[in-house]
Design a protein around this ligand. Structure first.
Ligand code: AMP
Length: 570
């Protein structure tokens, strides 16, 4: 397929803001891909060239794009920078400078999607000496045969800012519409289920093209990450029983981070975080525990890693051990300083078979059969199965005494639903004034904080429209020095590479960095796009294990607001 054809679809999607219209445009295009058996182009629709679970990055800066553009167009780098300052979007600049160039008519000059996929896929492999030059020639090779509109989307893809407003929900709906006669709720769910198991839209699309039966038969593959099942909220123990039924399962809600541990039939162990980043290398201790304490040839298990103090054996909060996710050096030293215990609470795959459709009662029994408990290394989550409100309350109290966040309340009969926030697994915590939010902007500091970002714009997610909406600004909670904890400097380092726009001291950043915010209360406010504002927000932790899709939604914040209002009134 010609890349121009795809670029025209991008344009169409960008112009039409309604989700219904976008779905119609995309499903028409997918029908064409289906006829041509060209499933991988769906990655390019996502602004990617690999499946969602892949961690490979292009590693391309704006500077490199400018150089490649200069080389391909003959316009000077300084001129391009000048235009970029005026227009603000390097994609539009590319459209302008490449648009002037005469188009070749020879077939060899026609840019094909296959070539774009090929060149872009080579970028993450390049590192070390000469890598920048090689990267530049791969990009300028594409740009040289690109027209204005093609250049615009190549540059935007490279910079991770496609701006066509297509979230994964739209892709899912479009696949259902393109592959089945009707886009029924069942068809859409079948596409979503398949995606949650394999996190790869091209493969899901391929299966959907073959029919509903093939889609339903999507198999879990240990070693490929799958999306974790997520919880809804309970307001109290009584509310928990009402929602999941009685008797119910109560488990400690450990204050750590999620680990999905895979062991394939060759014995290879891989660990993934909730946002599907692979962290196996950071946790040789966990790999060892898994080998020693879990008796099975292949599995996918779900658990929470929680930190503790080696001397007092007291559990520590998440923020005390968060460094373990990101630090890639001196790991042995870190293991000694910040030891973790792995608490297993679910099993999703066992000895070649999916456990997804088995009731929780069976899954929880199975983990107790194959795991040898060894406190402070690896164990099954503390659990109570009861129909007694009093006993459940005691258990909840004990969890809090043991420095954990609260309890999880689970239905005994329920299946495992990857990627879904289900009503049969609930979380109950005492204080509700903590939120995970994504940083979408910041402000350069003054005085002693010159050159450092010192105020951060926080956003929640509108899950219907797939947008991020501002809800407040936080400038406290961080440390001046890195040794003392999460610092301004550290956050600046993370955000600097994500800046998409600068105006005076204000910057806009790509929504990638997630933080936990402690606040006093929520108010209605016309100042922010979300319609709400947080009072006294403080940044208390960096959540490198979480994805922007995991942040609090507008709906949840509306719920929290109402709960706060009720508390004030009664
Ligand atoms: P939240 O992060 O507030 O949405 O709460 C859900 C998270 O609690 C899950 O993603 C897990 O990381 C964590 N968690 C801790 N203990 C458990 C448990 N026993 N069962 C399920 N999830 C747990």
């Amino acid at each position: 397929m010609k890349y121009l054809e795809l670029a025209e679809v991008y344009e169409d999607l960008e112009k039409n803001s309604s989700r219904l219209k976008k779905t119609a445009i995309l499903s028409e295009f997918l029908k064409k891909l289906k006829r041509e058996k060209n499933h991988e182009i769906i990655y390019l629709i996502q602004g990617k060239v690999f499946p969602d679970y892949s961690e490979k990055e292009f590693g391309i800066s704006e500077k490199l794009c400018i150089k490649a553009l200069a080389k391909a167009s003959g316009v000077s780098g300084a001129d391009i920078v000048e235009k970029w300052k005026k227009i603000g979007d390097l994609g539009l600049v590319a459209e302008k400078v490449m648009g002037k160039k005469k188009q070749g008519t020879l077939f060899s000059n026609i840019l094909m999607t296959k070539k774009v996929l090929e060149n872009l896929r080579r970028l993450p492999e390049l590192s070390g000496k000469g890598a920048v030059d090689k990267k530049m020639s791969l990009i300028s090779e594409l740009l040289t045969s690109a027209s204005g509109i093609e250049a615009k989307y190549i540059i935007r893809t490279l910079l991770g800012q496609l701006r066509i407003g297509v979230a994964s929900g739209t892709i899912r709906d479009s696949i259902a519409e393109a592959c089945f006669k009707e886009k029924t709720k069942e068809n859409v769910e079948a596409v979503q289920d398949s995606y949650d198991k394999i996190t790869d839209f091209a493969l899901v699309f391929d299966k959907a093209c073959k029919g509903l039966k093939t889609l339903h038969a999507t198999k879990l593959v240990p070693g490929n990450p799958l999306k974790a099942m997520l919880a809804q909220k309970a307001d109290s123990i009584e509310d928990g029983f009402k929602k999941v039924g009685s008797p119910a399962v109560f488990e400690y809600k450990y204050d750590g981070f999620r680990m999905m541990i895979n062991k394939d039939k060759n014995g290879v162990i891989k660990i993934f975080t909730r946002r599907l980043d692979e962290v196996t290398n950071q946790f040789p201790d966990v790999v060892k525990y898994v080998k020693e304490h879990i008796k099975a040839k292949s599995f996918i298990i779900d658990g929470e890693a929680v930190g503790y103090d080696l001397k007092t054996k007291k559990y520590k909060p998440f923020q005390a051990i968060s460094q373990r996710i990101r630090r890639k050096y001196h790991i042995e030293k870190l293991i000694k300083e910040l030891p973790i215990e792995l608490n297993i609470f679910d099993i999703i795959y066992y000895e070649g078979k999916s456990m997804i459709n088995e009731p929780f009662s069976e899954r929880t029994k199975l983990i107790r059969k194959i795991i040898r408990n060894n406190p402070y290394h690896l164990r099954t989550a503390k659990q109570l199965i009861t129909d007694d409100v009093k006993k459940a309350k005691e258990f909840y109290k004990q969890a809090l005494k043991d420095n954990q966040e609260g309890v999880m309340i689970k239905n005994l009969e329920a299946e495992y639903r990857p990627g879904l926030r289900v009503g049969h697994m609930l979380k109950l915590k005492p204080a509700e004034n903590e939120l995970d939010l994504v940083i979408t902007g910041a402000e350069w500091g003054k005085g002693k904080r010159v050159g450092i970002l010192s105020s951060f714009t926080l956003s929640c997610r509108d899950s219907v429209k797939g947008e991020f909406l501002e809800i407040g600004k936080a400038s406290t909670g961080l440390k001046e020095k890195e040794e003392l904890g999460l610092s301004y400097g550290e956050l600046t380092k993370l955000l600097k590479g994500l800046i998409v726009k600068e105006k005076g001291r204000e910057v806009l950043v790509k929504p990638k960095v997630i933080v936990t915010i402690l606040y006093q209360n929520i108010q209605r406010s016309p100042t922010y796009k979300s319609g709400f504002a947080l009072r006294f927000p403080r940044i208390i932790a960096l959540r490198e294990d979480r994805h922007a899709d995991d942040v609090a939604t507008l709906k949840e914040i509306g719920g929290d607001y109402e709960r706060h209002e009720l508390k004030i009134r009664y």
